[in-house]
Design a protein around this ligand. Structure first.
Ligand SMILES: Cc1cc2nc3c(=O)[nH]c(=O)nc-3n(C[C@H](O)[C@H](O)[C@H](O)COP(=O)(O)OP(=O)(O)OC[C@H]3O[C@@H](n4cnc5c(N)ncnc54)[C@H](O)[C@@H]3O)c2cc1C
Ligand SMILES: *[C@@H]1O[C@H](CO)[C@@H](O)[C@H](O)[C@H]1NC(C)=O
Length: 479
């Protein structure tokens, strides 16, 4: 009698190449926001991918907790939107700006083309839970091998300078991984950036984070921005019971000096009284529990990838102030664009470095419609919201009054912030409209006798507005 033959084991030659020879089409360094997204996107196109991560444990960080609607949309395009499920994520419907106690509600705009008027939605969550969901998708993908190891060195071809892979340290042992294309996405403190990007990140303030329990927010399901005498404070729910408070503290902040009780003293004596009354009890309880953490708020303008065999993106290549929660939206949209530019149709072989570099030049300019908006808006808005001179204070007031006018005066700015409006000129229009309103308000409140002086001051305010925005515009124009 003939037995049916045993089922032949499914032999995957490419999996074996990755596992035994540490060799793939694409080597991705860093399984964070950008790394998971690009690894999955390229694997779905049929590429063989190795994804390296120094720690696969659930990260516990105060970053990347609010995803703007434009980021949610990009996540969906990547086929990763299920990662927002099952993590107790909170729907976000817009912002609430509180200026010396006065409040203005800024809902996200209606979805483009929605007949029934549905509005765009963001999501906020515990960063670590979201990251673990993204990693789980990568781990399940048959075209990806995920390895826990720390990349220590870039391996180059000594003749051509082409990047071939990375040297790693796995539990103290040296190890090597190779890819036709090496993608470096090792985050804000990138170990590899300095050898390939001439610019250094600049940081003038830090966000200090604490977690409030069962906080009562003025507008549930909204990001809150609290403005007053000091730098801005952000409040947003990250779970059913948890709310994140991020307090910006500029370098050399006098009230946070050791003499004045340090950061804790500043939070208790300066920040707490400026918060809405309903938030103060949970804020104070969180302060009493202790556990303060901080992160630098950095600015790093984007640059074109010019190294053969290597691509660097995510926070390693481009950062903006986290005030507007734009970092993940940039990373996911970059992953969408990169995957399109590097698809097998456009780049049949990833070791064809000439073609890849040409695509990277296209990438640098094509990503700008969205990212220059997010980058410039974050920096300009931070300058206004952390106003520390009278001209900036006048612009800050102008900005708040502008929002109070409602209609397009909020739909435009929040559409930009949400990553929905992708047109830098819309940003310039609203920015200078705010500047003109600020000047008009200033002149109007001056007495008749003081009017000429106020007009001169108006020019100074306009000058300050230009100083705020032009350096960021120029930094977006470079290669
Ligand atoms: C205070 C603060 C708040 C923020 N809030 C928001 C927000 O609300 N919304 C938002 O969209 N953005 C926010 N951001 C920005 C956002 O966090 C980043 O833009 C985003 O995380 C960048 O993703 P990335 O993949 O480049 O880096 P990361 O997500 O940091 O990932 C880098 C990964 O690389 C790994 N790695 C590093 N070095 C190595 C190595 N040598 N070998 C192997 N692996 C390595 C790390 O372990 C990590 O997993 C915030 C930033 C800050 C500072
Ligand atoms: C993996 O790659 C193959 C082609 O090599 C492709 O047919 C398949 O769809 C990919 N699988 C996944 C899960 O993306």
């Amino acid at each position: 009698m003939l037995d049916s033959p045993p089922p032949s084991p499914i032999y995957d030659e490419r999996e074996e190449r990755r596992r035994l020879h540490h060799d793939a089409d694409v080597l991705v360094v860093g399984a964070g926001i950008a790394g998971c997204a690009i690894a999955v996107a390229l694997a779905n196109q049929g590429r063989s991918v190795i994804l390296l991560e120094k720690s696969l444990k659930e990260p516990d960080r105060i970053v990347g907790e609010l995803l703007q609607p434009g980021g949610v949309a990009a996540l969906k395009e990547l086929g990763l939107d299920q990662c927002l499920e099952g993590i107790d994520a909170i729907k976000v419907n817009g912002y609430d700006v509180i200026y010396y106690g006065a409040e203005v509600n800024i809902p996200y705009p209606a979805n483009a083309g929605s007949a029934n008027g549905t509005r765009a939605e963001g999501r906020s969550f515990h960063h670590g839970r979201f990251i673990q969901q993204l990693r789980a998708v990568a781990l399940r993908n048959k075209n990806i091998t995920v390895v826990e190891t720390t990349a220590t060195e870039i391996i180059k071809n000594g003749w051509t300078g082409e990047v071939l892979g990375v040297e790693c340290s796995t539990k103290g042992e040296k190890d090597y991984y190779f890819g036709h294309l090496t993608i470096i996405v090792d985050g804000y403190n990138s170990k590899f950036r300095k050898d390939y990007i001439k610019l250094q990140p600049v940081s003038r303030s830090r966000f200090w984070g604490i977690e409030l329990i069962d906080a009562e927010l003025p507008q549930p399901r909204h990001g809150h921005v609290v403005l007053g005498d000091g730098a801005p404070v952000l409040l947003y729910q990250i779970g059913t019971h948890e709310t994140r408070a991020l307090v910006d503290i500029p370098e050399n902040c006098e009230t946070a000096s050791v003499k004045n009780g340090g950061v804790k003293g500043h939070l208790r004596n300066v920040v707490m009284p400026s918060l809405p009354k309903c938030v103060q009890p949970s804020f104070e309880a969180a302060l009493d529990r202790g556990a303060l953490r901080s992160m630098p708020n950095s600015w790093l303008p984007p640059t074109t990838n010019k190294t053969p065999g290597m691509i660097i993106f995510g926070d390693a290549m481009n950062m903006r102030h986290p005030l507007t929660g734009g970092g993940m939206t940039v990373a996911f949209n970059d992953a969408v664009l990169l995957a399109e530019l590097l698809s097998p149709k456009n780049v049949p072989r990833l070791d064809d470095t000439k073609v890849v570099l040409k695509q990277m030049s296209t990438f640098h300019w094509r990503r700008k419609n969205l990212t220059s908006v997010i980058n410039i808006l974050a920096q300009a808005l931070y300058s206004l919201f952390a106003a520390d001179d009278p001209n900036l204070k006048a612009l800050q007031l102008g900005c708040f009054r502008y929002f109070q006018m409602g209609g397009n005066c909020i739909d435009g700015p929040v559409g930009l912030l949400a990553g929905i409006i992708r047109n830098p000129f819309v940003l310039f229009y609203h920015f200078f409209a705010v500047a003109l309103l600020a000047i008009w308000l200033y002149i109007q409140q001056a007495s008749l006798i003081a009017k000429p002086f106020a007009m001169a001051k108006g020019f100074a305010i306009f000058g300050t507005a230009c100083i705020v925005i032009f350096p960021y515009i120029f930094s977006e124009l470079r290669t």
